[in-house]
Ligand binder design. Structure first.
Ligand code: FBP
Length: 353
């Protein structure tokens, strides 16, 4: 086969050479190779960023292993403690939190970490250039019933002057440098968003490696499913109720009624919405007037991922990534999904519909 641009005429394919598609690569692209590839393209990259993401995915593999056999390893049920959210701590929550803290500590690249399971942030390396905020195990209500759960994280830069941290975890989401989540479901997957885009990697348990399975994910402009806990209907305000009725009305022209899908694990409901389009909503209500989900380690990472994939995320009034955090465990209303569908939700909140 002639090299592109050379002068020799290109040999015509002989009749018995079928132009069959090239055989699939024997070895897929591992998550680490993908990260290193991205780093090569970044001037001044030191490898610290890749080390942090490698540490996180190692932690996810360890959690995957324990989740898969939780029922056999006595890892179901509660520790007897209550966390800063006022929730009973599940054994797997505590395990996942300890694993992520120790793999990040060992990386030596984090100034501090913030977690749903820890009241205070945990200071790590004084020379650490990054801050990681995480929900070690999302979807707690589904842990004991073998329904998909996951880990959510985002990475921020730790700004410091003369060794003193000048900017900690209370940074608005638009300052995120990477975010992702894993789903421990029928397969274990990791969705990772950086400034290079959004990619999904699937764990090959036999090899113990994450391989690129869904490159360059784009959230469809609009979808035909909505995801909300309808059980909260009586607690919603009139605007949310009006929107929830609208999605259920018959209108073939704009694909209504939408189908209702709700797993009750943010990672699972968001993953479906990212790949298939549509909308996920956990609005404020009478029980959670400030919203239920947490800004730093649930809403912000998801909002960054959807924004990088061409979707949208709002608290009903402002884009999530513009919200200035006031405390590590701030809560927020969260609506995310296809740009068009989130736009329609916003119109109902502005009573333009
Ligand atoms: P945690 O499990 O990490 O506390 O997350 C909260 C969460 O379980 C989300 O995953 C999910 O979207 C939501 O709460 C479900 O809430 P509800 O049971 O009120 O519908």
């Amino acid at each position: 086969m002639a090299e592109p641009g050379s002068t020799s005429p290109r040999a015509a394919p002989s009749p018995n050479h079928s132009l069959s598609p090239p055989a699939p690569a024997l070895v897929g692209t591992t998550l680490e190779a993908h990260l290193i590839g991205g780093m090569r393209g970044t001037p001044g990259a030191t490898g610290d960023f890749v080390s942090v993401l490698n540490a996180l995915t190692l932690g996810i593999r360890i959690i995957h292993n324990r989740v898969r056999a939780a029922g056999l390893a006595g890892m179901l049920g509660y520790t007897g403690e209550t966390n800063v959210q006022g929730e009973e701590v599940q054994k797997l929550d505590a395990f996942a939190n300890d694993v992520l803290c120790s793999v990040l500590e060992r990386s030596g690249r984090c100034a501090l970490v913030a977690s749903e399971e820890m009241e205070q942030v945990r200071v790590q390396s004084s020379s650490g250039k990054y801050i990681v905020c995480f929900d070690p195990l999302d979807g707690s209500s589904n842990i004991d019933v073998n329904i998909s759960i996951g880990t959510i994280f985002c990475v921020l830069r730790a700004q410091s002057v003369a060794g003193h941290l000048t900017e900690g975890p209370l940074q608005p989401g638009h300052k995120i440098v990477a975010a992702g989540y894993s789903v421990y479901g029928s397969a274990t997957t990791v969705v990772l968003a950086t400034s290079f885009g959004v990619n999904c990697f699937t764990l090959d348990p036999g090899v113990g490696e994450f391989f690129l399975s869904h490159p360059d994910i784009k959230c469809p402009e609009r979808g035909n499913t909505y995801s909300i806990n309808e059980g909260n209907h009586a607690r919603w305000d009139d605007k949310v109720r009006k929107w929830a009725s609208w999605v259920k009305e018959e209108n073939k022209a704009d694909g209504r009624p939408f189908g209702h899908r709700y797993v009750g694990s943010l990672v699972a409901d968001a993953h479906r919405t990212l790949l298939k389009g549509g909308i996920f909503a956990y609005p404020a209500d009478k029980k959670s007037p400030g919203g239920k989900l947490r800004l730093l380690y649930e809403a912000n990472p998801m909002a960054f991922i959807f924004q990088q994939a061409g979707g949208a995320a709002t608290n009903g009034v402002d884009p999530i990534l513009k919200v200035e955090p006031k405390s590590v465990h701030d809560r927020t209303p969260l609506v995310l999904g296809s740009k068009h569908d989130v736009g329609v939700f916003r119109e109902f909140m502005r009573e333009e519909r």
